[in-house]
Design a protein around this ligand. Sequence first.
Ligand code: 16G
Length: 204
Amino acid sequence: MKYKEMNNNYSTETSLTTTLFDSNLLRKIKKENLKFKYDKYELIELNNLEVVIDLGDNLILRSLNINDYDKGHLELLSQLTSVGELTRDDYENRFNNMKLCDKTYFILIIEDTQFNKIIGSATLVNEQKFIHLASSRGRIEDVVVDETYRGKKLGKLLIDTLTCLSRIIGNYKCSLECKDKLRDFYQQFGYVLENGQNYLCQRF
Ligand code: 16G
């Protein structure tokens, strides 16, 4: 059963590191299973505890880290929507709460290591359920690439990788919300407007 597989197949490495999720999970995302081809996609071990993907041009793809507050993570998110003033403490508290929700938050980051700057971010939320044999579903949220790095297939890579991850962790479906103008972009990865389904929202 998928749920069991998921629980057995990756460790609790995260308790020893400052990463949000167990970066060993990145080993399971094989580039041949991605929908598109990328110039460079090479797994490297930074140290005994963390693996990252080398994308070339000083860019790496990795888990969010608690120190990313200092690397402009919030400034990047503010290119997507309102963030507000968050102190380092606010950031760390939110990060630690997410990390406590085991196997729930998978935030992928692209860092330009030349400038220690976060230039891409996207989230997969794994929502556990009773239905579908106690399965789970994924939601892709808060996808953003720094405006000066757009046009380099980095947004594509983030969605492609998270969609692959959603499948790997055993989700029976994955969904996202987007503006009309981005519908074609997301459809490339297999996301469709389902017949008879609506997205409803209430703002508070
Ligand atoms: C977009 C995002 C959503 C984000 C929202 C923020 C994707 C695929 N969708 O819909 O995740 O939370 O924008 O906008 O990244 P809001 O501040 O108006 O809720």
